[in-house]
Ligand binder design. Structure first.
Ligand code: PLP
Length: 224
């Protein structure tokens, strides 16, 4: 079941890339394992997945510990991270997808033993309920991070509203891609910003068509 789902997703990644003449190898599939247990996660690893994402600190730490026989797995933290929990998780992850405040960045600066790969979360749709900084703030926010040498901005992250139409999602993803490219053009040492993290089970094809390099897929991997 998992292997079939994975195969289908990989096929859809390829098809989506083909539509816009991209290479499937430029798209990183991050498996969101927040809703499954360690043994399901292990099944994914046995099928070749090497990027796992969690949105809860305790769950990531316990899964990573249980799956320590797979040392080449990259662990991604995709959830809202409370400042008081930074210390326990920040040196255990390879990517943090939800940097959205300078105070959080300062706490990471204080606790990290080496530079941390961060995606700055942007609330492109400007929904009141969503995390993330507004598109207008992205430039100055990223410039401000230059003073924190433990923050390495690899890219920008966003989520589309659940009820967005296909057209609206394309537009959102296009906007994030443009923002990312604008930052990349600045050639900032602390913020190369070459990647985007966007697209989930129901919209990763659209995100790929708009140029994303990381997609975060949960449900589609585990459905019956
Ligand atoms: C849960 C989650 C996902 C995966 O969503 P699916 O619809 O299950 O693919 C991706 N990104 C974030 C931030 C999430 O919390």
């Amino acid at each position: 079941m998992i292997s079939e789902n994975l195969h289908k997703i990989q096929q859809e990644i390829q098809d989506s890339c083909a539509l816009v003449s991209r290479q499937a190898s430029d798209v990183h599939l991050v498996a969101v394992t927040k809703s499954v247990d360690t043994s399901m996660t292990q099944t994914l690893l046995e099928n070749g997945v090497r990027d796992c994402a969690e949105n809860r600190v305790e769950q990531l730490l316990s899964k990573k510990q249980a799956l320590r026989n797979y040392p080449d797995v990259k662990w991604h933290f995709i959830g809202n991270l409370q400042r008081r929990k930074v210390k326990s998780i920040i040196n255990e992850i390879d990517y943090f997808h939800a940097l959205d405040s300078f105070k959080l960045a300062q706490e990471i600066q204080k606790r990290a033993e080496q530079p941390i790969n961060c995606f700055v979360e942007v609330n492109v749709s400007q929904e009141a309920s969503k995390q993330g900084i507004s598109p207008e703030e992205v430039d100055s926010f990223i410039q401000d991070l230059a003073s924190l040498d433990k923050i390495h901005v690899v890219g920008l992250m966003t989520m589309a509203p659940i009820d967005a139409s296909s057209n609206e999602r394309h537009q959102l993803f296009k906007t994030l891609k443009q923002l990312q490219q604008r930052i990349a053009d600045l050639q900032l040492t602390h913020a190369p910003c070459l990647d985007t993290s966007m697209g989930m089970s129901n919209d990763f094809s659209e995100a790929i068509q708009e140029g994303t390099t990381f997609i975060r897929v949960g449900t589609a991997l585990f459905q019956e």
